[in-house]
Design a protein around this ligand. Structure first.
Ligand code: ATP
Length: 491
């Protein structure tokens, strides 16, 4: 049995992972502070993502742009005008809620992409009211972009936006990146960092915040060639597929290999590849694939320029929800930036001897905070036998990799030796030194924040230079030479 989202929020606060922001002043809805262990884990998560998606591949390179950029970007992308959600407001103005989420909660199915007219109809048909019984006004649209001013004067010209996604600079910088890094199609540009959305109803802890982080890739291909050169690597990878047909027929997702999904025409090779690649990232970090599914967007959810979009969904305690979106965006973005900037962002195809505007065949867009929550849920185990919570985090993302614990704290030779071991490990691992409390209590504290290895230094260490390593998952202890330690601490 798992814990609900409020219990998870309380666990995270108690254990130093995440706090409501500036809680001493009453916090601020939709904003969170990552504590000592949360900030370490988040940094690890981002580093592992970057290594998997950028450093270990030759076809994806990164950029790192600012949160505030030239505001025309958001006009070209359509965000300034259209990045909005539908909102329901009670007649007395005391209650505001995002319309599609409210309908989903009340009527038990997804209303992604619902129109204002449909919302008004459904509210009337089901006699829906605000929690205080007041009727709703007509549904209205609310732009989610946070605005600010650049420079000392506040006027129309100084108005700028906090980015609502990290994407867009990958398009604006497309030509420079392609030329500087000498990229050939197909190739991708990645970026990660903060994004801001003035969400109408932030809720479910870090699942829906107003400030969050994203890790995104724009992956470009030649408009005339559809073959994915990496597809074979993953063709036997299994996905829980929840296609348009499944949704229309009210069927559960079906487990199938990506090659079968492609053969049946449910998805194209490129999409299948990216879904498998992205799921495999979670799998490689210890996640159980039975808790994930891939959901195809219904035709009326798709943006007009997009031919297909799939979400990676996770079975949270509050239901299957989007963790990552993977959209095919055609040449919409580059074409819009060409039009608005009047700059040529096309590439010259030597074979065809003509200019082409590449297509974004996939835009994997993953929220760091949502991924963080998934890793916590996957790792969380209230171990009744041990009498404490154990976070079975993968060593690559655990906030502390190894704790160094002298068995006693009042015998200097033992504590000095322990400090020596700590120093030896500090450069290569996220190491932690702790001499306070009983050894059982110290093990339990480390279990609760997911530390995979605890090293104990005792009187025998002084004699033979050996220590014990305790494995978090099995609690087994192994005696090893200090000189062999790094071979044993596998990350
Ligand atoms: P939702 O439908 O849940 O609002 P979205 O479809 O608007 O999400 P995208 O624009 O596709 O989300 O953003 C890509 C990813 O960024 C999401 O899959 C999610 O992981 C993350 N994300 C988006 N909005 C938020 C938010 N308010 N808080 C935390 N993460 C978010």
């Amino acid at each position: 049995m798992t814990i609900n989202i409020d219990e998870m929020a309380s666990f995270c606060k108690r254990k130093g992972f995440i706090y409501p922001t500036a809680e001493i002043y009453g916090g601020l809805a939709g904003f969170f502070d990552y504590g000592p262990y949360g900030s370490e884990m988040k940094m690890n998560l981002k580093n592992v993502w970057w290594k998997y998606h950028v450093r270990s591949r030759s076809d994806i390179v990164g950029i790192d742009g600012p949160i505030i950029t030239n505001p025309t970007i958001w006009k070209a992308s359509g965000h300034a005008e259209n990045f909005a959600d539908l909102m329901l407001k009670s007649e007395d103005g005391s209650f505001e809620v995002r319309a599609d989420l409210f309908l989903e909660e009340k009527l038990g199915k997804s209303f992604d992409g619902v129109s204002a007219d449909e919302v008004n109809k459904l509210v009337a048909e089901h006699k829906l009211t605000a929690p205080n019984g007041k009727k709703f006004k007509k549904c209205e649209s609310f732009n989610l972009m946070f605005t600010t001013n650049v420079g000392p004067k506040e006027n129309d010209k100084s108005k700028a936006y906090l980015r609502p996604e990290t994407a867009q600079l990958m398009f604006a910088d497309f030509k420079l990146v392609q030329e500087n890094a000498r990229m050939k199609l197909p190739f991708g540009i990645a970026q990660m960092g903060r994004a801001f959305r003035n969400e109408i109803s932030p809720r479910n802890f870090i699942f829906r915040c107003r400030e969050f982080e994203q890790m995104e890739i724009e992956y470009f291909k030649h408009p005339d060639y559809d073959e994915c050169p990496f597809y074979k690597e993953y063709e036997d990878f299994e996905l829980n597929v929840y296609s348009i047909e499944h949704q229309k027929k009210n069927k559960e997702a079906d487990k199938m290999k990506i090659k079968d999904a492609v053969k049946k025409g449910i998805m194209q090779e490129w999409h299948a590849y990216f879904l498998a690649l992205e799921l495999n990232w979670f799998k490689s970090l210890g996640c159980n694939m039975k808790n994930f599914r891939v959901r195809q967007h219904l035709k009326d959810e798709l943006a007009h320029y997009s031919t297909d979009c799939w979400d990676l969904e996770y079975n949270f305690p509050f239901g299957y929800k989007e963790l990552e979106g993977i959209a095919d965006r055609g040449n919409y973005d580059l074409s819009r930036h060409i039009e608005f900037s009047k700059t040529d962002l096309s590439m010259f195809d030597e074979e065809q001897k003509k200019k082409i505007v590449p297509h974004v065949i996939a835009e994997p867009s993953l929220g760091v905070d949502r991924a963080f929550l998934v890793f916590l849920y996957e790792a969380y185990n209230d171990d009744k036998k041990r009498g404490n919570i154990v976070l079975h985090l993968h060593p690559k993302i655990a906030p502390i990799t190894v704790a160094v614990l002298p068995l006693v704290k009042n015998k200097e030779p033992v504590t000095n030796k322990a400090k020596e071991v700590f120093k030896l490990l500090q450069d290569d691992y996220s190491a932690f030194y702790d001499e306070s409390g009983s050894i059982g209590r110290r093990y339990a504290r480390m279990d609760e924040i997911g530390t995979p290895y605890c090293i104990t230094i005792d009187f025998d260490t002084l004699e033979d230079d050996t220590v014990t390593i305790r494995n978090r998952d099995t609690t087994e202890q192994k005696r090893v030479k200090i000189s062999e330690l790094k071979k044993e601490l596998i990350i």
